[in-house]
Unconditional design. Structure first.
Length: 104
């Protein structure tokens, strides 16, 4: 059986997730809980299928991938030799992406 991939949330990505959950929670606490659980489930599948997300259209040569959950894009980078996925950011679909940096 292949080794499972490690998931690493970068600080900016984790902060963005917490901000989104807090924002939703202001008006709809149960929806915020469901949203957080859905994010965990969708990101969790990357342990077994790290390349299951599509390439980020704005930066196809960057190697960045994304999965879409409701109105949010979860942007990540697969670290092949390290068996690791770095969650780079979580963005609302209406927000523009900045060019990627080489930092993990």
């Amino acid at each position: 059986m292949p080794r499972r991939t490690t998931l690493v949330w970068t600080r900016p990505a984790l902060d963005a997730l917490l901000d989104a959950v807090r924002y939703i929670k202001r008006d709809k606490p149960l929806a915020a809980e469901r949203f957080a659980a859905l994010i965990r489930a969708k990101v969790g599948r990357l342990r077994q299928y790290p390349e299951s997300g599509r390439l980020v259209a704005e930066f196809p040569a960057s190697g960045l991938r994304e999965i879409v959950v409701e109105d949010y894009r979860i942007i990540y980078r697969v670290q092949q030799g390290r068996n690791r996925v770095d969650i780079v950011t979580l963005r609302h679909g209406t927000r523009q992406l900045e060019p990627p940096t080489d930092a993990p």
